[in-house]
Design a protein around this ligand. Structure first.
Ligand code: DC
Length: 223
């Protein structure tokens, strides 16, 4: 039987790290939907398009093919055949992804890619609107959050490990703006589905959060 686990929540709550671990343990495919919006943000920026220019962003979609591929179980994302998986992980592309994600045509463009994977495989899918819009019938829905400070600290640590020069204050300010924009946009805003289980990971170690999530998932799967 095919089933889906939908994990939504703001940036830096630990969605992707936890989803990857769950996917491995339960032998599911992990789908990072943020990577799709990041790819569009990256592509339009690399074309010299301002992400605030909605018409130009929408026009650029005609020349873009976004594909997800799984290499030894790890998701890679391609823009017109180029593997951009590593290029999309910068603070500038985080903001560009958030900006383009508020455009209805961008969300419509990515809808099929997300639904078709879940129609043919059991998945753990993370994003902002998975439980509310993309997979409203997901067997398990979790809304993962944490305080802005603890989320910014995690993202800052990740960026530092990659040698990115962003300061903690910049990361926190970007995160607060991105959460605000993602939660207040008119289409598919970040919001907890009515039937989602809320999990707050503030102050928890990764091991603690994973243990808690596993408990929720196994309990739900046994129902
Ligand atoms: O999860 P992430 O930080 O990689 O996502 C980047 C941006 O993409 C995020 O700020 C909002 C957008 N996004 C979205 O609107 N819907 C999703 N399902 C996933 C991401």
């Amino acid at each position: 039987m095919i089933y889906a686990i939908a994990i939504d929540g703001p940036a830096g709550a630990g969605k992707s790290t936890i989803a990857k671990i769950l996917a491995k343990e339960l032998e599911l495919i992990y789908v990072d939907t943020g990577a799709l919006y990041r790819t569009i943000g990256y592509y339009v920026t690399s074309q010299g398009i301002d992400t605030a220019d909605t018409e130009a962003v929408v026009a650029a979609l005609d020349g873009l093919k976004v594909e997800l591929k799984y290499v030894e179980g790890v998701q890679r994302v391609f823009a017109n055949g180029e593997d951009v998986s590593d290029l999309i992980r910068t603070p500038a592309i985080s903001m560009a992804a958030s900006a383009v994600s508020a455009i209805p045509a961008v969300r419509a463009y990515l809808l099929d890619t997300q639904r078709s994977i879940a129609a043919t495989h059991s998945v753990v899918m993370d994003g902002r609107d998975i439980g509310t819009v993309i997979l409203p019938d997901a067997k398990i829905k979790i809304f993962l959050s944490a305080s802005p400070e603890s989320r910014a600290q995690r993202r800052f640590d990740e960026l530092q490990a990659k040698g990115d020069p962003a300061t903690y204050e910049e990361v926190l300010a970007d995160m607060i703006k991105r959460d605000y924009d993602d939660s207040h946009r008119a289409i598919a805003p970040l919001k907890q589905a009515e039937d989602a289980i809320p999990v707050d990971t503030s102050g928890e170690t990764l091991e603690q959060s994973v243990a808690r999530m596993k408990e929720i998932v196994y309990k739900k799967l046994a129902e």
